[in-house]
Design a protein around this ligand. Structure first.
Ligand code: NAD
Length: 247
């Protein structure tokens, strides 16, 4: 087991990529703190799967965009597990529209959750990791943060910002033996992408050299690598998990 006895926080872990990450890390022996915002039953189901794998699960609602809720979440994890070895900032939303039709609220909400949420959790958990002199922080960005995308200026800006944030914090925390990396998924089949019109999905698939959309497990595999000791000499990097979309 690659993560036996480690403690991991996964944000937005009630479904999709976050759920796959929580289960993948649990299979390798990590205790999992499941953060979620809305669906209690879905989060409890993930906890059930995690516990059946023989590790501890903590389930707690906290809106990543609210610093006080994030601090409460991290305190609970520390009280129950004693340390935090891995933080996966996965929670994210889309509010797509062309710029001329995009409301201020759509822009602000995406920034609050996708960018401020990463700031809130990283700031709170890094205090703990600095004292421990060890830790792995993995931020889920997007290929759209690298290429841009019409209709997603808010989302693309937030995901580009997560890359800039990742590189800056990697430089700040390297001397404390904390690795900070980002993953940029391409087109992964989840609830988030299920709303994309069928015709557009076909066009996206055709643009993927490996000729299939990604699965949440494809992203979880890369997170596992960045969470374990095999990536100890890697920091400040962005790994694209996109079937070759950006080649
Ligand atoms: P999803 O919509 O299925 O899951 C997102 C999760 O984030 C949900 O569990 C949701 O409850 C949680 N969340 C949303 N707002 C929150 C908040 N304020 N506080 C706490 N949790 C909150 O999406 P997904 O496809 O699984 O995406 C996961 C991550 O991967 C996101 O950051 C997304 O931007 C990124 N991503 C996804 C794709 C893709 O193709 N699916 C591609 C690139 C990047």
């Amino acid at each position: 087991m690659l993560l036996k006895g480690k403690n991991a926080i996964v944000t937005g872990a009630s479904r999709g990529i976050g759920k796959a990450i929580a289960i993948k890390l649990a299979k390798e022996g990590a205790n999992i703190a499941i953060n979620y915002s809305v669906n209690d039953n879905a989060a409890l189901e993930v906890a059930n799967v995690v516990e059946k794998l023989g590790v501890k699960a903590i389930v707690k609602k906290a809106d990543v965009s609210k610093l006080s809720e994030v601090e409460g979440f991290v305190n609970t994890v520390l009280n129950e597990l004693g340390s935090i070895d891995i933080l996966v900032n996965n929670a994210g939303i889309t509010r797509d529209n062309l710029l001329i039709r995009m409301s201020e609220d759509d822009f602000d909400q995406v920034m609050q959750i996708n960018l401020k949420g990463v700031f809130n959790f990283t700031k709170t958990v890094s205090r703990v990791m600095i004292k421990q002199r060890t830790g792995k922080i993995i931020n889920i960005s997007s290929v759209v943060g690298i290429t841009g995308n019409a209709g997603q200026s808010n989302y693309a800006a937030s995901k580009s910002a997560v890359i800039g944030f990742t590189k800056s914090i990697a430089k700040e925390l390297a001397s404390r033996y904390i690795n900070v990396n980002a993953i940029a998924p391409g087109f992964i089949e989840t609830d988030m992408t299920s709303v994309i019109p069928e015709k557009m999905k076909e066009q996206m698939k055709a643009a993927i050299p490996l000729k299939r959309p990604g699965k949440p497990e494809d992203v979880a595999n890369a997170v596992l690598f960045l969470a374990g000791n095999q990536s100890d000499y890697i920091t400040g990097q962005v790994i694209n998990i996109d079937g070759g979309m950006l080649i």
